[in-house]
Design a protein around this ligand. Structure first.
Ligand SMILES: CSC[C@H]1O[C@H](OP(=O)(O)O)[C@H](O)[C@@H]1O
Length: 348
């Protein structure tokens, strides 16, 4: 999306076409560091260690990771080994498995010498498709926000979002942010309450960075402040992204999303989930069946970032044991609607 005044995507092929170029999101917003991933191992590390993250972005990176692997070993054994390594990097976002299956289907049955090119082509198409899907999510979400703003045209529309479901989490536009960007660009005054999103602070670090670059008014809040704001009538709608929506409409998303949905339900605030259908997983019956990624306790017990002098420091939040589930599940009954490329749906 907009970065340093230019419209760019969050992932692209390297100049020689063999690798990919992504932003190392661990350094944002303090440093805009583009990195080149040039083989399978680099792609796996980047996903597992969250250099790059967000369901569609994880899928796109994995797709190219498989292509890079096939450029080295296009045998069935090599394909299976690369697939297994990539699919194990993060268990929750369905886009990872979906994208790997797309590439595997595109190459299976081809002569070994044609597989790498077919894999790169499918990965390219996944990126182009994702950008278009997210733009369409934005268009349908724009209609929704236009209607919400018409109820009180005298003041900005206040949207609360959790984590980062922005263009950094996708190839372009984002999912939850796409309607926000399009509404802002259409002249609808919109303000965003940005949940900091402990423990990795994707909201305070990444969503706030995106909104600043796009010129969208926003305010970072502690995760625990959203309920009060809703009770005070300061939130017109909640829009979040998702890592997987199951057959019954349950929504898996960053830890803390469920608590926002409960507060929204209790205060009559509409709660929307924005997703491309590539994040819909009809093969999983309900949220109870989704593997919830458990990440390192140190993400909770330590904080790392620049001090006032710009020196990177790590502080100890606590020396006690910590539990760090990365996602939770919001039951479909708490979801007002799903903003998709096919429209805003009251059921998926
Ligand atoms: C558009 S998918 C965004 C989704 O992914 C994030 O998870 P993570 O930062 O761990 O990759 C979060 O759940 C976002 O809502």
């Amino acid at each position: 999306m907009i970065l340093e005044g230019k419209h760019i995507r969050s992932i692209a092929r390297t100049a020689d076409g063999k690798g990919i170029r992504i932003l190392d999101q661990r350094q944002l917003p303090w440093e805009i560091r583009w990195v080149e991933l040039r083989d399978l191992d680099a792609a796996a590390v980047a996903i597992r260690e969250m250099w790059t993250r967000g369901a569609p972005m994880i899928g796109a990176t994995a797709a190219y990771g498989l292509a890079m692997a096939l450029a080295v070993d296009a045998s069935d054994t090599g394909l299976d080994a690369a697939y297994a390594m990539l699919v194990e990097t993060r268990p929750t976002a369905i886009n990872l498995r979906w994208a790997l299956e797309q590439v595997r289907t595109a190459v299976e049955g081809l002569p070994y010498g044609e597989r790498a090119a077919a894999a790169y082509a499918r990965a390219d198409a996944i990126c182009d498709e994702d950008a278009e899907l997210c733009r369409a999510i934005g268009e349908h979400g724009l209609d929704l926000l236009r209607g919400l703003h018409a109820r009180h045209p005298d003041r900005p529309l206040n949207i609360l979002t959790h984590c980062n479901a922005g263009w950094l989490a996708t190839v372009d536009y984002g999912t939850a942010t796409a309607p926000i960007y399009l509404a802002h660009d259409a002249g609808i005054p919109v303000h965003v309450w940005v949940d900091e999103t402990r423990p990795r602070n994707q909201g305070a670090l990444l969503t706030a960075f995106e909104l600043r670059n796009h010129g969208v008014p926003h305010t970072v809040i502690a995760d625990n402040a959203g309920g009060l704001l809703m009770m005070q009538g300061q939130v017109d709608a909640v829009i979040v992204g998702t890592d997987r929506v199951t057959a019954n409409g349950d929504v898996c998303n960053k830890i803390g999303t469920y608590l926002k949905a409960l507060a929204a339900h209790d205060n009559g605030v509409p709660f929307y989930v924005a997703l491309p259908y590539t994040t819909f997983d009809p093969a999983t019956a309900s949220g109870a069946d989704i593997p919830i990624e458990a990440r390192a306790p140190e993400e909770v017990t330590r904080l790392t970032g620049p001090d006032e002098a710009g020196r990177i420091a790590t502080i100890r939040v606590t020396d006690s044991p910590a539990l760090n589930p990365a996602f939770d599940v919001t039951p479909a009954r708490l979801v007002t609607g799903y903003i998709t490329e096919r429209g805003v749906l009251d059921r998926i």
